[in-house]
Design a protein around this ligand. Structure first.
Ligand code: FAD
Length: 371
């Protein structure tokens, strides 16, 4: 089940089996000057079924949305063996409940996805990519909004790498280089892209030059060629390796309103330090969509301490109107959190759907939807 059945260039859709690897779909779309915009570090192994089931996000959510926003049709096998055929390529279809959106993000608890129709987007003619240093996340947000306004919403990625991330990258990756001549605390990788003849690189250069003159940006380096662009992306895409090489670790994947990210970081870090003086925070953020992969390395492996730190982080997220699960889903590791934090009525609805569609509990039993 790993066939790309059709790339429809007129309708800009792809019909694919669930076992197609993300990078294979990227290549198939590229052959037609189109893109499937979802992308992240695991693109060489993640399959469409897993991507749909986890409603994966990645670095381009800012412009193209999550996986859910890119699905037009779906086919799935239900627990009783029936096949539900929702393989539509329609952009509008109000014929009853949206079952496609129910299956996407269900983490395999309601059915096994076998096929999908996905939206493709035109391939940008030009990408302009830069590393930018700013003094604060407020300044970063102001820059993001300015870039969106002046480029007509062409920002594809706006990724925050704090100083400690750069330090670990330098220490652990052969040939890694500092993004700037002098070290900065807040390092942003920004990418803008256009399908038009607009000189997007020139536009990015002049916005950044002006922002530097006004003191809004401390430093900026624009990639001059594809190799430099790749180097910037490789630094960002090393996140999983740079996070999980140490243990013990408390790792979270949270979403916050865009203007609350700094408050979250300050509060969560202070609370973790209160619980475990000497613990070290480590984080990276898809800042453009408010998603923070916030981890803490505690000073000792202690299950009780681990839970307390998780609770403190989740309390902070809740206070700020965020979500304890941004793009990695719930699985087993966030089951208790679901039980504690998710709205009770929402949980009740989820349980009823699960019992109705999978009365014998054979689809990913015990995952995602707590008893
Ligand atoms: C290095 C790295 C970087 C990553 N970066 C990001 C990121 O930036 N953003 C992001 O959103 N995610 C990221 N991820 C997570 C990634 O999105 C998921 O790991 C991936 O999409 C899951 O696809 P998979 O084929 O590996 O699925 P699996 O891990 O095999 O499965 C994931 C879940 O989906 C279910 N499932 C799988 N196939 C089907 C199917 N056909 N029907 C129903 N259920 C199914 C499984 O039972 C499981 O619950 C990253 C992962 C790695 C390893």
């Amino acid at each position: 089940m790993n066939t790309v059945h059709d790339i429809n260039t007129a309708a800009r859709t792809a019909t694919v089996d669930a076992g197609v690897i993300l990078s294979s779909l990227h290549e198939a779309a590229d052959d037609h000057d189109l893109i499937f915009p979802v992308t992240f570090g695991a693109k060489g192994s993640a399959m469409i079924g897993g991507i749909l089931s986890t409603n994966a996000g990645g670095s381009n959510v800012l412009r193209y949305g999550n996986t859910r926003d890119l699905v037009l049709g779906i086919e799935a096998v239900l627990a009783d063996g029936r096949v539900v055929d929702l393989m539509s390529s329609l952009r509008k279809d109000n014929s009853g409940l949206n079952l496609r959106h129910l299956l996407v993000g269900a983490e395999g608890t309601l059915g096994i996805i076998t096929k999908a129709v996905l939206k493709l987007a035109p391939k940008p003619r030009t990408y302009a990519t830069a590393m930018v240093a700013v003094a604060s996340l407020d300044a970063a947000l102001a820059l993001l909004n300015r870039l969106q306004d002046e480029t007509g919403g062409a920002v594809e990625a706006f990724e925050y790498m704090p100083r400690h991330y750069i330090d670990v990258h330098m220490a652990r990756v052969d040939g890694a280089r500092e993004p700037f001549d002098a070290p900065h605390d807040i390092n942003i990788m920004v990418e803008v892209a256009t399908t038009t003849a607009m000189d997007i690189e020139d536009m990015l250069q002049s916005i950044l030059a002006d922002a530097m003159e006004r003191g809004d940006v401390a430093d900026a380096v624009v990639a001059q060629n594809e190799a430099q662009r790749r180097t910037m992306w490789e630094r960002r895409e090393a996140a999983a390796e740079l996070t999980f090489w140490r243990s013990p670790i408390v790792d979270t994947d949270v979403a916050l309103p865009l203007d609350q990210v700094q408050t979250f970081l300050d509060r969560a870090t202070a609370r973790a330090a209160d619980l475990d003086p000497g613990c070290e925070p480590f984080f990276i953020s898809h800042l453009g969509d408010g998603n923070v992969h916030y981890s803490v390395y505690p000073t000792r492996a202690d299950a009780e301490l681990h839970d307390k730190i998780v609770e403190a982080i989740e309390d902070t997220v809740e206070e700020l109107g965020g979500s304890f699960s941004a793009e990695h889903g719930v699985g087993l590791s966030k089951l208790n959190t679901m039980r504690r934090r998710k709205d009770g009525v929402a949980l009740d609805m989820m349980r009823k759907m699960k019992v109705t569609l999978d009365p014998h509990g054979i689809l990913n039993p015990g995952k995602t939807i707590p008893d």
